[in-house]
Write a new protein. Structure first.
Length: 305
């Protein structure tokens, strides 16, 4: 079972190319699949990567450009053909919900699963939460309203120290409270501090998906302490003016964001079709960012835990 894994389904920019698919990723978090963006061909890529349709529960859309959203009608129709159960929740801007609802009402009228919509504010905010994970949207700067998504593991449970728990005869019924940080009170009323019975939890891991955006120096502050950052790098540094004009970033700019945020890993993606490969992106980013650098490619899987 994947604990926290990023799957790259598509990492090309808007104009179609023979080398890359449009934007789509799947975060596999403890076997629950969270899709981010859904470019054309997403359903085929899910199959190629052997990601199970039944486990897909949420789709987060960064913005309403075709290369990030036009895979949805096909994907949802196919989920129906596969008799998916339960529900899929699509998180997008209110204006996107309006359009998508018309499409899904028409093509998925008697769908085997529920298609739910959750509005995302242009300003961002919390969009999903369960016991173990929170997903927050944050604004980016593109030619249309656009948000990135931050996946944050919640603080994990403390580890019990077996011999101390035995020594104090801690009843099984109270062990969950100890893992959550509570002190233990013995039958005679003695208070045993939690740190004598437990050790620190494993660190919580986080992942930020920075979709289409021009270079935002303030983004590093917003993402400080995030372990792994995906950042678009449509162009190389020689095309910085074009990138700015079109609401995109260069490889060096993406690297600056990751470096200034103190990230451990950087994944570059959303590559323009004008490059025969991404070696120039790798070169320029690696001069600035000294952590682990990935050049996204379809089929790539990166384990964050
Ligand atoms: Zn795009």
């Amino acid at each position: 079972m994947a604990q926290f894994r990023i799957n790259i389904l598509g990492c090309g920019s808007a104009s179609p190319s023979m080398r890359h698919m449009p934007s789509c990723q799947v975060v596999d978090f403890r076997d629950n699949l969270f899709m981010i963006d859904c470019g054309e061909g997403a359903q085929l890529q899910l199959r190629r990567l052997k990601l199970k349709f039944q486990r897909l529960s949420h789709i987060f859309i960064s913005h309403l450009h075709g290369d990030h959203v036009l895979g949805l009608p096909g994907l949802l129709s196919t989920l129906d053909l596969n008799e998916k159960h339960g529900s899929v929740t699509i998180h997008t801007f209110p204006e996107g919900i309006k359009i998508l609802r018309q499409i899904t009402d028409f093509f998925c009228e008697y769908s085997s699963f529920d298609i739910l919509y959750e509005p995302v504010s242009h300003k961002g905010g919390l969009v999903f939460e369960n016991d173990a994970l929170a997903v927050k949207a944050f604004p980016l700067e593109h030619s249309k309203p656009c948000v990135g998504y931050l996946f944050e593991e919640k603080p994990k449970q403390r580890h019990l120290i077996g011999e101390m728990v035995d020594f104090y005869n801690v009843p099984i019924s109270q062990r969950a409270a100890l893992k959550a940080g509570a002190d233990f009170v013995t039958e005679s009323g003695e208070i045993i501090a939690n740190n004598r019975l437990t050790t620190d939890p494993d660190p919580s891991v986080s992942y930020a998906y920075c979709s289409d955006t021009r270079y935002m120096p303030t983004l590093a502050e917003r993402l400080r302490g995030v372990d792994t950052i995906y950042h678009e790098a449509t162009y190389d540094d020689s095309k910085a003016a074009k990138a700015r004009q079109r609401g995109h970033s260069t490889a060096g700019e993406a690297a600056q964001v990751a470096r200034d945020a103190g990230a451990k890993r950087l994944i570059l993606g959303h590559f323009s079709k004008s490059y025969p490969d991404e070696e120039i992106h790798r070169l320029q980013a690696s001069e600035i960012f000294k952590g682990e650098l990935f050049i996204a490619d379809e089929g790539m899987k990166i384990d964050l835990l």
